[in-house]
Design a protein around this ligand. Structure first.
Ligand code: KIV
Length: 269
């Protein structure tokens, strides 16, 4: 059997300028196995699980314990990809000590190979402390959903020149702090290209245009499990899993009602 490639933060960093790569979120064992089998190098246990899995309206209520449980399920499934655990709201903002302790729990209990946290220059000291203590960090700037209240909603970021300048400074600060890659969420494609050219670590875009080094999507959006009206412009639906499930459910309901299930084939004699 061929040896399995084990993706690490430094291998992903080394993809910069060499090859474009696709990443995806996963929150459960089954989906994570599929993502891993498809040879995606990075799987993010995103705090978007608050909406995708738990029915919250935002990521803000997601707890550290929920993230740890889902990270552990994903880690049990994955053999090759780098599993990144997303640090939830208020699990790293309070102090460097808090961030270190909680990121440590992601590694020990969640089995992850790296953590992600939101924010630019403001988070640089925290990120340096994590990296110096052996925990690789994925940065995240642009639309940062944990700051939804302050940003005033889900809006494209960096359209004004002063915002674009700030994002450029943030990307450079993250690179200096030691992140292995940076998620760019919801910025104009021109700014996505500019930020990608400005740093020596890969950018991973979600609504940041085609020039980023990698791309990431939320798995439920990409599989067609999110209602079409709730899907942002940057999503491409690569399948219609929701429609297939609905069809299967109707068939099951009708066959039970009409006595066609279970048939002989599903019965013991
Ligand atoms: O939580 C998440 O899924 C994310 C991605 C959108 C990058 O942060």
């Amino acid at each position: 059997m061929a040896d399995i490639v084990k993706w690490t933060a430094s291998k992903i960093k080394a993809l910069k300028g060499r090859e474009k790569f696709a990443c995806l979120t996963a929150y459960d064992y089954f989906t994570a196995r599929l993502v891993d089998e498809a040879a995606l190098p990075l799987v993010l246990v995103g705090d978007s699980l608050g909406m995708a899995m738990l029915g919250y309206e935002t990521t803000l209520p997601v707890t550290l314990e929920q993230m740890l449980d889902h990270s552990a399920a994903v880690s049990r499934a994955v053999r090759s990809a780098l599993v990144v655990g997303d640090m939830p709201f208020m699990s790293y903002q309070v102090s460097r000590e808090q961030a270190l302790q909680n990121a440590g729990r992601f590694v020990k209990e969640g089995g992850v190979g790296a953590v992600k946290l939101e924010g630019g220059a403001l988070r640089a000291d925290t990120i340096t402390a994590l990296v110096q203590n052996g925990i690789p960090v994925l940065g995240h700037i642009g639309l940062t959903p944990q700051s939804l209240r302050e940003l005033g909603g889900y809006k494209v970021q960096g359209r004004r020149p002063e915002e674009a300048e700030r994002l450029l400074a943030d990307a450079r600060a993250l690179e200096k702090a030691g992140v292995f890659a940076i998620v760019l969420e919801c910025v104009p494609r021109e700014l996505g290209a500019e930020l990608t050219a400005a740093v020596r670590v890969p950018t991973i875009g979600i609504g940041a245009g085609p020039d980023c080094d990698g791309q990431i999507l939320v798995c439920h959006d990409m599989f067609g499990m999110t209602p079409a009206e709730a899907v942002p412009k940057f999503v491409k639906r690569y399948g219609e899993v929701g429609a297939v499930m609905r069809q299967a459910l109707s068939a099951y309901r009708d066959e039970v009602r009409t006595g066609r299930f279970p048939a002989d084939a599903q019965s013991y004699s």
